[in-house]
Design a protein around this ligand. Structure first.
Ligand code: F6P
Length: 320
């Protein structure tokens, strides 16, 4: 009988489980079988596919990571890999797949759709780096974790009159850095989207606030800018203020999802499963104007991200 399937691909993100749960329950509520594909597209090459029931997604909505495991799959990203994945789907009676992940996963979803297996993408990544969607599942949790961690750094930096240079995740995208930076009152925020000048954007800003009595400082740096060890040294040399570098790293990827990630994950998962049930494919579920809508995958992949320069400007205007 007819079946749909769900997989998570690329870097994991808190809230992916909520989306998986919603796909499974919505599919079953429509009366179709639902399969869980393990380790991203790899599961379609290795045959790691399990039948899901209502209870296989119990007790996961509050859990980080993904119960389906995830992977980045170079083997799948070849014409032969895509063919093999499509034939696995056909042999299992799967005619539609919900793919939860980032841009790379969406390209996989488009390729698999071209091979005859209808796919629907859901944006799941902590980076918020998907042009077609205002929001990606995991972003809120990652930022809240980053804020908690920086608050801890603040305690010790304040006690020692030091400067904390903190690297947050985001290889090509400064969104985590921007919002975390605002939330912790960072003196400077460095993002890959905006070039910076060491003297003007860091040292002069620190000196200015120092004149009005500030004694400890937080500089938030996106992973895509990087170089926090060197930056901390340079700041210490230029200002005489003791500086320490911290790379938050993968702690930002784990932990229990926030309300927002659970709710957005649930809604997107459910909408995706219903679209598959209705025979639709080659779509991505996105947030636009605060609403959950669907778009053509290729159209979505061709969109260009716009960095929120206004918010970036506000951040620096008020961190004085
Ligand atoms: O895309 C999510 C992300 O955490 C990025 O912020 C980061 O650059 C990358 O994944 C890290 O990848 P990995 O988990 O392979 O180290």
């Amino acid at each position: 009988s007819k079946a749909i399937a769900v997989l998570t691909s690329g870097g994991d993100a808190p809230g992916m489980n909520a989306a998986v749960r919603a796909v499974v329950r919505t599919g079953l509520s429509h009366g179709v079988r639902v399969m869980g594909i393990q380790r991203g597209f790899n599961g379609l090459l290795s045959g790691e596919v399990v039948e899901m029931n209502l209870r296989s997604v119990s007790d996961i909505i509050h859990r980080g990571g993904t119960i389906l495991y995830t992977a980045r799959s170079p083997e799948f990203n070849t014409p032969a890999g895509v063919q093999q994945a499509a034939s696995t789907c056909r042999s299992l009676g799967i005619d539609g797949v919900v793919v939860i992940g980032g841009d790379g996963s969406f390209r996989g979803a488009r390729d698999l759709t071209e091979s005859g297996i209808r796919c629907i993408g859901i944006p799941g990544t902590i980076d918020n780096d998907i042009a077609s969607s205002e929001y990606t599942i995991g972003f809120d949790t990652a930022m809240n974790t980053a804020v908690q961690m920086v608050d801890r750094l603040r305690d010790t930096m304040e006690s020692h009159d030091r400067c904390s240079v903190v690297q947050v995740m985001g290889r090509r995208c400064g969104d985590i850095a921007l919002q975390t930076g605002i939330a912790v009152g960072a003196t400077s925020i460095l993002v890959p989207e905006v070039p910076y000048d060491f003297q003007k954007d860091i040292i002069e800003r620190m000196r200015f606030t120092q004149k009005t009595g500030k004694k400890h400082f937080i500089i938030i740096v996106a992973e895509g800018v990087g170089g926090v060890e060197k930056l901390a040294q340079d700041i210490q040399e230029a200002t005489g203020i003791e500086s320490r570098a911290t790379i938050l790293g993968h702690v930002q990827r784990g932990g229990s999802p926030t309300l927002r990630d659970r709710v957005v994950g649930s809604e997107m998962g459910s909408v995706a499963a219903t679209l598959l049930y209705k025979g639709k494919g080659n779509r991505v579920i996105v947030m636009q104007g605060g609403k959950i809508v669907d778009l053509d995958i290729s159209e979505a992949l061709n969109m260009k991200r716009v960095f929120d320069k206004n918010l970036y400007e506000i951040a620096h205007r008020i961190s004085i």
